[in-house]
Design a protein around this ligand. Sequence first.
Ligand code: IMP
Ligand code: MG
Length: 185
Amino acid sequence: MPSSTDVSRRTGGRGVDAVVFDERAIAERVSELGAEITDYYPDGDLLVLGLLKGCFVFLPDLVRHIERPLHVDFLVVASYGHRMESSGEVRLLYDPEVDLRGKHVLLVEDIIDSGSTLARLARLLKGRKPESLEICTFLHKRLAEALDPDARFVGFDAPTDFLVGYGLDHAENFRHLPFVASIKG
Ligand code: IMP
Ligand code: MG
């Protein structure tokens, strides 16, 4: 567990409420997740597609535990704050050039809350005819009754608090914390 002075130094005294997943628990789970992904995929092209910015800590840790050939690319989805477009469209600010046809695509996300972003993105990517499309999320709040598609690989089921650290932000703060903590809303 990080000490409170350590947390305070990293957050500039802003503080967090409670550490939810510490560095050690994360390292253990991410290593297991890498093994699960290694075992799951048959031979063929695997493209690990990270959703920025939230995956920027999780994805590099994860791919180092996937023991098979793979490629890495990233997506940037336009953020609409809390309000999402009702059209079912999702706008990509950065779209990888790579052709998804015939590839196993593993979409990597930091956290699934309502799951609406991911559902739209999955629909868009499926239209590009990958061999398969699966989702790996570091955290899952399990709020939605049924997600289509749901994540096949989940780091941790998370509390419904607002969480920061290990890539997750609050107004762009706290992404660099090596642990996950909750903050008061
Ligand atoms: P969803 O579309 O409601 O699943 O929202 C997913 C996105 O919202 C994530 O990729 C995060 O960027 C953000 N988000 C949702 N919950 C949290 C949280 O607890 N902490 C930080 N970001 C969150
Ligand atoms: Mg995000």
